[in-house]
Design a protein around this ligand. Sequence first.
Ligand SMILES: C[S@@+](CC[C@H](N)C(=O)[O-])C[C@H]1O[C@@H](n2cnc3c(N)ncnc32)[C@H](O)[C@@H]1O
Length: 280
Amino acid sequence: MQPNILAFFSKYIEKELGIVYSEFNHFQLQNRLEEITKILGLNGPQELFELAQKPLPPTVKQLILDIATNNETSFFRDPRLFKGVESLLLPMLADKGKAGAPCRIWSAACSTGQEPYSLAMLLDQYEEKHKQKIHAQITATDISARVLERARAGRYTQLEAQRGLPMPLLLKYMQKDAESFWTIAPALKSRITFEARNLLQPFDAMGKFDIIFCRNVLIYQSVPSKIQIIKRLSEALRPDGYLVLGAGESLIGLSEAFENRKTEEAIVYQLKPAAAKAAA
Ligand SMILES: C[S@@+](CC[C@H](N)C(=O)[O-])C[C@H]1O[C@@H](n2cnc3c(N)ncnc32)[C@H](O)[C@@H]1O
């Protein structure tokens, strides 16, 4: 593939999604562009390149964004982190719930839904164990229409369902259908609202959250985009809110607005009072 085509689409994807395809990853970009041209029935990436010289039809643009993203996920991905959330954050949510305030959790790049469904299971398990209802609503967002459709359906292959999900939870929260797919129980689904959202665009209208999960999405962004997104996430948190990142991610060099809170299992990030005041 011609280098100018790769350079054009890597710039296009960085502008639209923030995702950086370095030259080192151009072979991956090339595969993805070839996949897109096949789906669109074009003769090759040159034709896609010519098409992209004018504003792209929304369906083509969405297809490029869908295919350019890495949607890798699984239930309870990084189990130690979920243990940390259970021991540190759920008691905090339960206390807030007692005070009558409904709590809000945001899964900010939810992919095919395993992350928000794992959170809903964690909440349900906690409520059952402590015989106490946590009044929490989960909002789950992603830029990709393709993964959101799958997340809303909450329907997984045997392999996907078993990845990370212990058998007792699988049997409790999912039902197997005639085609051997597993579907999330309606009661669990009702705790989650799914919507399309690009983290590069303003999200003030979503209101404030007690906890934001933003895991394994910033790793693909340039440093300036990471800094911008984290700043806006800090502004979307309630004064004592928490940010949860992926296991291999940290805020070092990206933000001073948070304090590390360590549990035996994981680190989560709590908004500093001064940052909360500035965002108010
Ligand atoms: C690797 S998955 C992570 C899923 C889940 N958070 C986890 O840790 O398992 C990254 C997700 O980020 C989404 N994504 C990438 N760029 C985005 C952007 N600019 N705005 C919103 N979502 C984005 C992708 O569509 C993809 O589903």
